[in-house]
Design a protein around this ligand. Structure first.
Ligand code: PHE
Length: 378
């Protein structure tokens, strides 16, 4: 197993280097097998095609001045992932329920912002970082525990804004919005966009960009003016910067009409053969949709129950055959016991599933939900 992980591409940790039984490690096999796959470095894969298109936008608008990183190790310290970007000590994103921990000091990065502080300290002033990021989450067509982000950072010095008559923050915010609106037009053509004010620990002010697509407003990125404390610690006291983080799957689903996030991981040629290097205009033609199979499951929960843990158990057994896990009923009885009913949708994107194999999966799911989550099946 050690060799096979190394072969899968450059990730400097072997699976057996980690004490897997440590209760502080919450990384399942389904996640381990994703390390090193680096979809963003495959030029024929939608994620790689999109990364290259964004690189091209920055190359042509900024005279090749952005440094690009797409091979930074996804295994980072808690300090890099959280402390260095000012995530508060009690922020939910630090919990074992939300983040994959290798040990109490080491995580699979949950965002590419984990590399901001280090690159700023090394003196980089304009850069893009693309990589796989990992988050424990629920299961549906737009959520998968591994996805890809691109981080962008640009630093300004007083010279840049002084002649504009604006202060540094206003100047950076304006430049940021212009840059990202231009990127959205480059990728999507003429689209309706809107800015939403939001909160991130590492930027102030902070914004999200939404794009109107298929009759819905879709959030495509988070960004803002970098907190001064981050710049100060990196030796940029007099400077001002902006940063953004965009979700590549989200953008690629819109760009290429990809209906389900699991498709990015399939090796089925009916998917992979539809995309080619440098081609942004391709629309994915779904191969026939195979029938779903629904299984309901009810149980009494305990205080430690979380939906993320349930989803991980199900994903551990069914892998990519699980399409959605949805809470369909929730009540508390007179004794104060709470019951949840979840509907699990199983569907393969490649073939029809048999009743037999689904029944077998569901049987295992019920067994493990009871033993691992300490709930009582009804
Ligand atoms: N890291 C944020 C996220 O993953 C996105 C972000 C990056 C926001 C940089 C602001 C600045 O949601």
């Amino acid at each position: 197993p050690v060799a096979s992980v190394l072969e899968r591409g450059g990730v400097k940790i072997a699976r057996d280097d980690v004490v897997r039984d440590e209760p502080t490690n919450n990384i399942p096999d389904t996640i381990f097998t994703k390390l090193g796959q680096q979809l963003h470095r495959r030029s024929q894969h939608p994620i790689g095609i999109l990364k290259n298109a964004i690189h091209n936008y920055f190359d042509s608008n900024y005279e090749n001045k952005f440094d690009k990183f797409d091979d930074l190790c996804p295994i980072v310290t808690v300090k890099q992932n959280f402390d260095d970007v000012l995530v508060p000590a009690d922020h939910v994103s630090r919990s074992y329920n939300d983040t994959y921990y290798i040990d109490p000091q080491t995580v699979l990065r949950c965002h590419t912002s984990a590399h901001q502080a280090e690159l700023l300290s090394k003196g980089y002033t304009q850069f893009l970082v693309t990589g796989d990021v990992y988050r424990r989450d629920s299961i549906d067509s737009t959520h998968y525990p591994v996805f890809h982000q691109m981080e962008g950072v640009r630093v300004f010095s007083p010279n840049d804004w002084e002649s504009s008559g604006q202060d540094g923050t206003a100047y950076a915010a304006e430049d940021l919005k212009k840059c990202l609106e231009g990127l959205a037009r480059h990728l999507f053509g003429a689209v309706e966009m809107r800015w939403i004010d939001t909160y991130f620990p590492f930027t102030d002010p902070s914004f999200e960009l939404e794009i109107y697509f298929q009759e819905k407003w879709l959030e495509v990125l988070g960004c803002g003016v970098t907190e001064q404390e981050i710049l100060k610690r990196s030796g940029n006291s007099n400077n001002v910067a902006w940063a953004f983080g965009l979700g590549l799957e989200r953008l690629a689903m819109v760009l290429f009409d990809i209906p389900d996030i699991r498709l990015f991981w399939t090796t089925d040629e009916r998917f992979t053969s539809q995309f080619s290097e440098g081609q942004l205009g391709i629309k994915f033609k779904p191969f026939s949709k195979f029938p779903p199979c629904y299984k309901d499951m009810s149980f009494w929960i305990n205080e430690s129950f979380t939906e993320n843990n349930l989803c991980e158990v199900i994903r551990g057994i069914a892998g990519d055959l699980v399409e959605e896990v949805c809470l369909i009923d929730n009540f508390t009885n007179k004794k104060g016991m709470t019951s949840h009913c979840y509907r699990v949708a199983y569907r393969s994107m490649e073939r029809s599933l048999t009743d037999e194999e689904i029944n077998e999966l569901q049987w295992k799911v019920r067994e493990q939900v009871e033993s691992k989550l300490n709930v009582v099946l009804r």
